[in-house]
Design a protein around this ligand. Structure first.
Ligand code: SF4
Length: 63
């Protein structure tokens, strides 16, 4: 599946990193980085991250 983060909405809060640290992280500048293509085994974590994002910036797309 594919992960999309709307950079126009993302405010680098980091809740997604707590929910899904295997997908999301901050770089050394404090900017969100993430894996755009992730294994199906991480779907639950990805959906949790999407749910907790206060900006509704995370979209999960089936490939
Ligand atoms: S929780 Fe949402 S707004 Fe915050 S860093 Fe993650 S994607 Fe961006």
């Amino acid at each position: 599946m594919k992960i999309c983060v709307d950079r126009g909405k993302c405010q680098d809060h980091g809740q997604c990193i707590i929910a899904a640290p295997d997908i999301f992280r901050f770089d050394e500048d404090g900017t969100l980085q993430y894996e755009p293509h992730v294994d199906e085994s991480l779907r639950e974590a990805a959906e949790e991250a999407s749910d907790v994002c206060p900006e509704q910036a995370i979209t999960i797309v089936d490939e």
